[in-house]
Design a binder for this molecule. Structure first.
Ligand code: CA
Length: 221
């Protein structure tokens, strides 16, 4: 899945690029409206994240120009504006959704997923005998549904999206508990143990591996 981020604030673009890439998206950046519009017309993207206030064309102008060609790629607006009227302008210009700055990465991610869900097949992630369906929020193991809490589900989803890669503890905290969450990273171990128990993983089925001093890694045997 390719996402184009049109945003001029570097702090936000680097934060978004890193976060989205760690979630498995390919990310392309444009730092002004004109360059952004040009990229939408020449490249293929599954979703556009467009800031409202941009040098050159504004986000609204980019959006209108893009929609003139009947293009249906979902667009999410990033906006610091907070009046109802501004939100309406954005939606009228052809945006599918908007999110106000400052936002939580987790919330943006969920809004991105909602938009992608309506345009693509629901992604199912697997790990050994375990499968996780992002759309239905169902987790199955050996044909039996496993009941997880929201946090357990998010944690498992994060590990599965990054299967085969070591997930560092601070990235897990950011992704599952939010980047400003006031949590000790010990909370991760508690949830990992709960997950292993609920998924009835035996010692031979070490799908969720502890990488000592670093974090965890989901891996097929
Ligand atoms: Ca801006």
């Amino acid at each position: 899945m390719r996402i184009l981020v049109i945003e001029d604030e570097e702090g936000i673009t680097s934060f978004l690029k890193q976060g989205l890439e760690e979630e498995g998206f390919e990310v392309e950046l444009a730092h002004d409206g004109n360059n952004g519009l040009e990229k939408t017309l020449t490249g293929h993207f599954d979703l556009l994240l467009v800031d409202w206030m941009l040098p050159g064309l504004t986000g609204i102008e980019v959006c209108k120009a893009y929609r003139k060609d009947n293009k249906t790629t979902p667009i999410i607006f990033l906006t610091a504006r907070d009046t109802v009227q501004d939100a309406i302008y954005g939606l009228q210009a052809g945006a599918n959704d908007y999110i106000r700055k400052p936002f939580h990465f987790e919330e943006l991610l969920e809004r991105i997923r909602v938009q992608l869900r309506s345009t693509s097949v629901s992604p199912v992630f697997t790990l050994g005998t375990v499968s996780l369906n992002v759309e239905t929020h169902k987790v199955m193991n050996k044909g039996t549904e496993v009941s997880l809490t929201q946090k357990e589900f998010s944690l498992l989803e994060f590990l599965l999206r990054n299967k085969g890669k070591v997930c560092k503890r601070n990235r897990i905290l950011d992704a599952v508990w939010g980047h400003d969450a006031d949590h000790d990273s010990g909370v991760i171990d508690v949830y990992i143990n709960a997950l292993r128990k609920k998924l009835s993983l035996t010692r031979d089925e070490d799908y969720i591996q502890t990488i000592r001093g670093v974090g965890y890694m989901a891996n097929d045997q």
